[in-house]
Design a protein around this ligand. Structure first.
Ligand code: HEC
Ligand code: HEC
Ligand code: HEC
Ligand code: HEC
Ligand code: HEC
Length: 166
């Protein structure tokens, strides 16, 4: 009897390991002004840094301007309604109202540059961006998430390290 239970557990474990796990986690991202797909655009060989840079002091990564999109879409798929929306914004020198996916409260200090310099990858905090048509908050940027990585890398977990002392 015990053995049968154990076998059952083993089979369930084996199935969990062997079955294809390609399905994306069931996260739901916000609806964006146009359905920009990271998966599709990165499959053409674009690099993160072509669209996301962190100008000094390096806190923000920033979202690319529509002018960046127009370097291709001036010509590519210009009769599609989604692209016409981008072109119209560019013409009026406006930006699209992208809905933020990752955001922490202003009372938390965070610097992209400090973390990239320390060797952290985009994936570590933002998940499998290159496999996603729609981004959702799959990376853990909660206080617990920050602290467990700090513990792992022997970075400080003093309250004042991430929260300004006042
Ligand atoms: C150590 C974790 C971490 C790493 C590594 C990281 N990010 Fe972030 N990212 C965050 C957090 C936290 C926010 C929210 C920041 C805020 O609200 O001020 C964020 C926000 C963003 C934003 C929204 C704009 C902004 O700057 O607030 C973009 C775009 C972004 N990250 C892209 C990237 C890219 C590209 C990389 C790799 C080059 C990367 N991130 C690496 C944690 C990380
Ligand atoms: C390196 C060139 C390139 C850049 C830069 C680029 N795109 Fe694209 N994009 C493409 C190509 C190629 C397609 C596929 C066109 C097709 O299916 O006919 C595409 C397709 C799209 C589509 C789907 C169009 C539709 O309705 O079928 C959207 C939306 C889109 N891009 C948005 C953007 C946005 C927003 C940016 C800027 C952040 C951007 N693209 C930057 C090349 C680019
Ligand atoms: C062609 C331009 C382009 C490239 C290349 C690109 N991105 Fe983005 N990224 C965008 C646009 C446009 C948005 C806003 C729409 C959205 O959230 O999907 C965005 C949003 C994001 C966000 C969410 C920011 C927030 O908090 O709202 C993250 C994280 C991010 N990108 C990471 C990456 C990473 C990592 C790579 C490389 C693997 C990458 N991006 C490559 C254009 C790009
Ligand atoms: C990938 C692991 C990792 C994650 C996730 C992470 N950190 Fe860090 N963080 C580090 C390391 C390592 C350092 C030390 C870098 C150094 O020594 O300069 C650091 C340094 C910092 C610093 C000091 C930066 C500076 O300017 O010197 C702050 C503030 C910080 N982290 C806040 C956060 C917050 C807030 C989060 C969650 C949103 C977070 N970290 C998530 C690894 C991480
Ligand atoms: C490594 C960075 C980091 C450290 C260290 C840290 N925090 Fe935080 N803290 C955060 C982040 C990120 C948030 C925002 C979480 C969110 O919005 O999901 C936060 C949020 C909070 C909040 C608001 C919680 C809520 O639910 O509204 C309090 C209170 C707080 N922290 C207290 C502390 C105290 C006390 C310490 C020291 C024991 C501490 N924090 C250390 C990153 C940190």
């Amino acid at each position: 009897m015990r053995n049968a239970v154990r076998l059952g557990v083993l089979l369930a474990l084996a199935a969990a390991i062997l079955l294809p796990q390609e399905q994306a986690p069931a996260g739901k991202g916000p609806e964006q002004p146009v359905p920009y797909s990271h998966k599709f655009h990165l499959s053409m060989g674009l690099k993160c840094a072509e669209c996301h840079t962190s100008p000094p002091p390096g806190e923000m990564m920033g979202i690319p301007s529509v002018a960046k999109c127009m370097t291709c879409h001036q010509a590519v798929a210009k009769d599609k309604p989604t692209i016409q929306k981008i072109a119209a914004a560019a013409k009026e020198k406006k930006e699209l109202a992208w809905v933020r996916v990752y955001q922490i409260p202003s009372y938390v200090a965070f610097s992209h540059k400090a973390h990239l310099d320390a060797g952290a990858t985009c994936q570590r905090c933002h998940g499998e961006v290159a496999k996603r048509d729609v981004l959702f908050k799959e990376g853990d940027i909660s206080m617990g998430g920050c602290m467990s990585c700090h513990r792992e890398h022997k970075a400080s977990n003093d309250c004042g390290f991430c929260h300004e002392q006042r």
